[in-house]
Write a protein that binds this ligand. Structure first.
Ligand code: ADP
Ligand code: CP
Length: 320
C-alpha cells in the first residue's frame, strides 16, 4: 500500500486561459504559475501527481494561425490537425513544467517534472466523427459564427452561454500509447504532465503503425483513462467554475457541494450539464468513482484548488 495518494489533476484548457479577452502566452504563463502553487502543495505533502490538461482554446488558435498563414501566402502549407494538437501539448506542457519546477525549486522539493508527448488510440468508426461536439478556439458572436459557417464551412455552436465556438470531432479514448512510460516515470517519483489536450488522437493501423486523425479527445475522458491505467486514488478536475450547478446560468441556479453517483445520473438525465463542457466532467467523475470503492472526484476552479483540496469548497462526487 502507498502511504501517500496518487493523484490525477485535470486542468481545463479554458481555465488555463483565465481571461478569454487575453489569450496571450504571457497571460497563460501567469495562470500556470498560480496553478503550480496548489499542485506543489500536493507534491510537497508527498503525493504522486500526474497532470492532464485541456487544449480547446489553444489548439483552435494554432489551427487558426496556420489557416490565416495559408490563406495569405500560398507558400505556407496548412498544418494537419494532429500536428497542431502535438504543438498545443508542447506549448502548454512547457508553461506547466516550467511553473511547477519553479515552485519545487523554491520549496526545496527534489523532484523532476517533464511533459510526455502523448498519443491516444481512438476508433476510426467512433460516432464522434459524425457529430462534432468539442469546442475549440476563441468565442464569437452569433453573427460572426454565422459568417464563419457560411464562408469557411465550420460547424459553430453556442458554448455554455459564453459565445459561439468552432466544433470538432471528439472520439472516445481507448488506450494511451505511452502509458507504460508515464507509469514508470510516476513510479520513479517524477511529476508527469501527460495526455495534454486529451492526447493526440491516433488510429492503430497494425504492425506498430499509428496514424493521427483530426479530432480533439476530451481531456476529462483521458483523465479517467489515465486514472484507471495509473491506479490513481484521487481525481481532481480544475476548471473555470468553483462548483458544479444545476439550472446553470438561470435565475434558479443552485451550486452543489457533494453529489452521489445516483444524483449525477439523475441530473445528467435532466440535462443540467452542457455537452462539451460540464457533461464530460460529470461522466468522468462517474467513471472514476465507479471504478473502485472509496474513490472520489473533486471539481473546482483553478483559483480555489487549495481550498477545494482542503475540503472547504468545490463539488465532490462520491459513490454513495
Ligand atoms: N451545470 C453546470 N455547472 C457549472 N458549470 C457549467 C455547467 N454546465 C456548463 N458549465 C460550463 O462549463 C464550463 C467548464 O467547462 P469547460 O469550459 O469545457 O472547461 P475546461 O476547458 O476548463 O475543462 C464552466 O466554465 C461553465 O461555463
Ligand atoms: N481537450 C480538451 O478537453 O480541452 P478543453 O479542456 O479546453 O475543453
Amino acid at each position: 500500500m502507498r502511504d501517500k495518494k496518487r493523484i490525477v489533476i485535470a486542468l481545463g484548457g479554458n481555465a488555463l486561459q483565465a481571461d478569454p479577452n487575453d489569450t496571450t502566452a504571457k497571460a497563460q504563463l501567469k495562470t500556470a504559475k498560480e496553478t503550480a502553487k496548489p499542485i506543489a502543495d500536493l507534491i510537497e505533502e508527498g503525493n504522486e501527481v500526474i497532470i492532464v490538461h485541456g487544449n480547446g482554446p489553444q489548439v483552435g488558435q494554432i489551427v487558426a494561425a496556420y489557416e490565416t498563414a495559408a490563406a495569405t501566402d500560398k507558400k505556407n502549407e496548412m498544418m494537419p490537425f494532429p500536428e497542431c494538437g502535438a504543438m498545443s501539448q508542447g506549448y502548454i506542457g512547457y508553461h506547466l513544467q516550467q511553473s511547477i519546477r519553479e515552485e519545487m525549486v523554491k520549496r526545496g522539493i527534489k523532484k523532476e517534472v517533464a511533459t510526455v508527448v502523448t498519443q491516444v488510440v481512438v476508433d476510426e468508426k467512433d460516432p464522434g466523427f459524425q457529430n462534432p461536439t468539442k469546442p475549440v478556439g476563441s468565442f464569437y458572436s452569433k453573427e460572426e459564427a454565422e459568417k464563419m459557417e457560411k464562408e469557411k464551412g465550420f460547424v459553430m455552436k453556442e458554448d455554455s452561454g459564453r459565445g459561439y465556438r468552432r466544433m470538432v470531432a471528439s472520439p472516445e479514448p481507448l488506450d494511451v500509447v505511452e502509458a507504460n512510460l508515464i507509469k514508470s516515470l510516476v513510479d520513479q517519483n517524477h511529476v508527469v504532465i501527460a495526455g495534454g489536450g486529451g492526447g493526440i488522437p491516433v488510429v492503430d493501423k497494425g504492425n506498430g503503425v499509428l496514424e493521427g486523425v483530426p479530432a480533439v479527445v476530451d481531456k476529462d475522458f483521458i483523465s479517467a483513462k489515465m486514472a484507471e491505467l495509473m491506479d490513481v486514488d484521487l481525481l481532481i478536475i480544475l476548471t473555470a467554475v468553483e462548483k458544479v450547478a444545476i439550472h446553470f446560468g438561470k435565475p434558479n441556479q443552485k451550486e452543489l457541494t457533494r453529489l452521489t453517483k445516483e444524483e449525477v445520473y439523475q441530473y445528467i438525465e435532466e440535462g443540467h450539464f452542457a455537452p462539451g463542457s460540464m457533461l464530460p466532467k460529470m461522466k468522468t467523475a462517474l467513471r472514476f468513482v465507479e471504478s473502485a470503492p472509496g474513490r472520489e472526484t473533486l471539481i473546482t476552479s483553478l483559483e480555489k484548488a487549495k481550498e477545494g483540496i482542503e475540503g472547504k469548497t468545490g463539488t465532490t462526487i462520491v459513490s454513495t
